[in-house]
Write a protein that binds this ligand. Structure first.
Ligand code: URP
Ligand code: ZN
Ligand code: ZN
Length: 464
């Protein structure tokens, strides 16, 4: 057999196994895995001695080129997928937003245009539903058939994205009918709005009030309500960007009852806390995202949630806005600060550092959280999310001992600050392949804008 690439001498790590073997890549697929592959038949041979060979990361929560808060997120599908690839992420699931009065298809078409000819690695979409009439309800099935098999609904952002319970329930029933998955932004937007208006009336306008007006109880209540609505609808539910122990407890209770309730958290909730919002001047705006940062003690609860499978996935909720000119839109009023933070690049390194080096879980669990479980839940497995013959050759050669300090000076995201500035990581990608093509090699981007393909996803798979 002829191989375009052989990766030899590495330690393959999947969600279930760790073993020494060579990997052969032919075209865009993994074509062989064996103790020793014949290198004379290979176009290129890479020695991965001392390194881990893992499936490409899958980030199921990003917002590229997204109009929000009076501006547009700073990374588009080119800069965002390049930054992701530097960090070992080779598949994104972004969000196509249906604005009020639009069909779901309009949302899908608009976001397909945004990604076309730009993405360097593969991508898929969830559809954000903001307006669900009879026609859009029908369309949910059409989208599932076209590979958009999950939908994000909001219980927050009244007047923008928020849906009432009846609409959420209708969407869940329809999703259940078509084996789609509902992803829920779970915060009680109505109650939060009352607290926000009171803060403004009291002259509280600094960035920190973004966090102080969004209590953990508002997240826990909405998480519990989302799970209850899903149970009534007979639907699975996936809670996005879970930030605090109160909400985690609601997911734990549901899972203990055997309900198909899933949740993700993001590196910002594992590494940052309310203390970051005390940064001098307006600097706290760098950490204005939703749900907000919490008191520090929640971090360890979330790490334990990842270790014990109360949380199944780590995504980034990458939604970058530059500090200059974008975050500054809210200089005099925290409610006008565009909500979102940049994180697409450092997910794997941060989770490997805190999870594996931090002795909270194994390298297999790390792969499960950043690649295998997202692939299974969102209909991409085993094409993505594992190292197996026949899978896409999305492969990351990862140095578990490479030490770096995160900085905006060295990152590749198109944003003028890093949420994780100064944080030391241990474990970083060295070489990254996307469907057999090298995209990152020796710290350099060598991929091609437009090489990324839209992924028609299968329907959701439940995981235990
Ligand atoms: O603050 C955030 N998270 N911005 C992105 C939109 C969302 O709610 O996920
Ligand atoms: Zn959200
Ligand atoms: Zn988001």
């Amino acid at each position: 057999m002829r191989f375009d690439t052989i990766i030899r001498n590495g330690t393959i790590v999947t969600a279930s196994d760790t073993y020494a073997a060579d990997i052969g890549v032919t075209g865009d697929k993994i074509s062989a895995i064996a103790a020793q592959l014949p290198i004379e038949n290979a176009g290129r041979v890479i020695d991965a001695a001392g390194l881990l060979v893992i499936p490409g990361g899958i980030d199921v929560h990003t917002h590229l080129d997204m109009p929000f808060g009076g501006t547009t997120s700073a990374d588009d599908f080119q800069t965002g997928t390049i930054a992701a690839a530097f960090g070992g992420t080779t598949t994104l699931i972004d969000f196509a937003i249906q604005y009020k009065g639009q069909t779901l298809r309009q949302a899908f078409d608009t976001w397909m245009q945004k990604a076309h000819n730009k993405a360097v690695t593969d991508y898929a979409f969830h559809c954000i539903i903001t307006d669900l009439g009879a026609a859009q309800l029908e369309e949910m099935g059409d989208l599932v058939r076209e590979g958009v098999t999950s939908f994000k609904l909001f219980m927050a952002y009244p007047g923008v994205f928020m849906l009432d319970d009846a609409t959420i329930f209708r969407a869940m029933r329809q999703a259940a009918k078509h084996n789609g998955l509902i992803c829920m932004h779970a915060e009680n937007g109505g109650a939060i709005d009352v607290i926000v208006q009171q803060a403004l009336a009291e002259g509280k306008r600094a960035p920190k009030y973004h966090a102080l007006t969004r209590p953990t109880t508002a997240e826990a209540e909405a998480t519990s309500r989302a799970i209850a609505l899903a149970e009534m609808a007979g639907a699975p539910v996936y809670i996005v960007h879970l930030s605090c122990n109160d909400a985690l407890e609601k997911v734990r209770e549901a899972r203990d009852r055997g309900l198909p309730a899933y949740a993700e958290t993001c590196p910002q909730y594992l590494y940052l806390s309310l203390d970051n919002m005390d940064a001098p001047g307006f600097e706290g705006a760098k950490y204005v995202f939703t749900p907000p940062l919490r008191e520090k003690w929640h971090q360890e609860k979330l790490w334990q949630g990842l270790a014990k499978d109360t949380l199944q996935v780590v995504s980034t909720d990458h939604c970058p806005f530059c500090f200059k000119e974008q975050k500054e839109l809210g200089k005099d009023d925290f409610t006008k600060i565009p909500n979102g933070g940049p994180g697409i690049e450092h997910r794997l390194s941060l989770i490997y550092t805190g999870g594996v080096h931090g002795k909270r879980f194994s390298a297999n669990r790390f792969v499960e959280l950043v690649s295998a479980a997202p692939a299974k839940l969102f209909g991409l497995y085993p094409r993505k999310g594992t190292i197996a013959v026949g899978s896409d050759a999305d492969v990351v050669i990862f140095d578990p001992n490479e030490e770096q300090v995160i900085s905006r000076k060295t990152h590749h995201m198109r944003v003028d600050y890093s949420m994780f500035e100064g944080i030391q990581i241990k474990g970083a990608p060295k070489t990254v392949f996307s469907r057999g093509l090298t995209v990152i090699d020796g710290g350099k981007f060598v991929g091609r804008p437009g090489a990324g393909q839209f992924l028609r996803r299968e329907t959701h798979n439940s995981i235990k």
